[in-house]
Design a protein around this ligand. Structure first.
Ligand code: AMP
Ligand code: MN
Ligand code: MN
Ligand code: MN
Length: 282
């Protein structure tokens, strides 16, 4: 089992098909160059890059799992669910994701209206210019435009000051429900994983409710080693994986060479006492 945990798997990253800046081919090459042995492209709410990612991985002889990161609203909060090992041509998940993407355009227009009120014009067109896929205009694209405009020095500062709750560019949005997202992933043959659990603002009771609800509805894993966790959180979520009987996942959440502080595959290996999510695919 030990060598099994020790493989360099990176099961979370984004391409130009969602809010990343590299193509699926560029990501495959970068992952391979960094020693990744098992890779997954997990664009937000979109499977349009899967064919290209799979082909690029095959050309490099790197193992690949088709993936996605689904935006979910649970108890008024946005939660991200990664689906791994799905059939990327499954009609059910394709339809569900299409519906999840709807509303991003209107939300973006509302965000731009709010930004205009605080003296930032042209944000809708500006953000759209950064969106490689116009169906998937996201806050990240607004963040890049605001940096370009000199409003903030980096995207991190834009999120802090503009694009989160109670800030002038934030528009609440209702995404898929948690049980729907798990269902789409499972019926497409995949495994559902809670992305970066340490990022959600949940108290201990809410967190327990989330994990129990997720498990009761067929969810199987959580990210333990992710670019979003601190070393303390690697420990904390390793324990939680054991406690709830979750499979453990590992992924950088890489978006862009200069924005992302963790590169593809460059993060600690999964602790050996955990059962890796990839164990179900071998
Ligand atoms: P959206 O799906 O449009 O709400 O955008 C969510 C995306 O914004 C996430 O997937 C991240 O890529 C990015 N994001 C969210 N919070 C932050 C943050 N604090 N700093 C940088 N990027 C963030
Ligand atoms: Mn993102
Ligand atoms: Mn996420
Ligand atoms: Mn992500």
């Amino acid at each position: 089992m030990s060598s099994f945990s020790a493989i360099n798997a990176d099961l979370h990253c984004h391409s130009v098909v969602s809010d990343g800046t590299l193509t699926p081919e560029e990501l495959a090459q970068r992952a391979h160059a960094n020693g990744v042995q098992l890779w997954s492209l997990t664009d937000h709410d979109e499977l349009g890059g899967q064919e290209r990612a799979k082909a690029a991985a095959a050309a490099l002889k790197m193992d690949y799992l088709a993936g996605v990161e689904i935006s979910v609203t649970w108890m008024g909060q946005t939660i991200h669910i990664v689906g791994l090992g799905i059939d990327h041509q499954d009609a059910g998940i394709l339809d569900g994701l299409k519906r999840t993407r709807e509303g991003r355009g209107d939300r973006a227009k509302q965000m731009a209206e709010q930004l205009l009120k605080v003296g930032i014009p042209g944000a809708y067109e500006g953000a759209l210019h950064y969106a490689g896929n116009h169906d998937l205009i996201s806050r990240t694209h607004f963040a890049r435009f605001l940096v370009e405009q000199g409003v903030c020095k980096d995207t991190e500062q834009v999120f802090k000051n503009y694009l989160v709750e109670d800030k002038p560019g934030f528009v609440p949005h209702r995404w898929a429900s948690l049980d729907q997202a798990i269902h789409w992933i499972r019926q497409a043959g995949g495994v559902a994983v809670i992305a970066h659990p340490g990022r959600y603002k949940l108290n201990a009771i809410q967190r327990d409710e989330l994990f129990k609800f997720f498990k009761d509805h067929g969810g199987a894993g959580i990210e333990v080693i992710t670019g979003s966790h601190s070393p303390d959180q690697y420990q904390e979520y390793g324990k939680i994986a054991k406690q709830y009987g979750f499979l453990a996942s590992r992924g950088s959440d890489f978006h862009d060479p200069s924005e992302s502080h963790i590169d593809l595959g460059v993060l600690p290996l999964l602790p050996e006492h955990l059962t890796p999510v990839w164990s179900v695919f071998h």
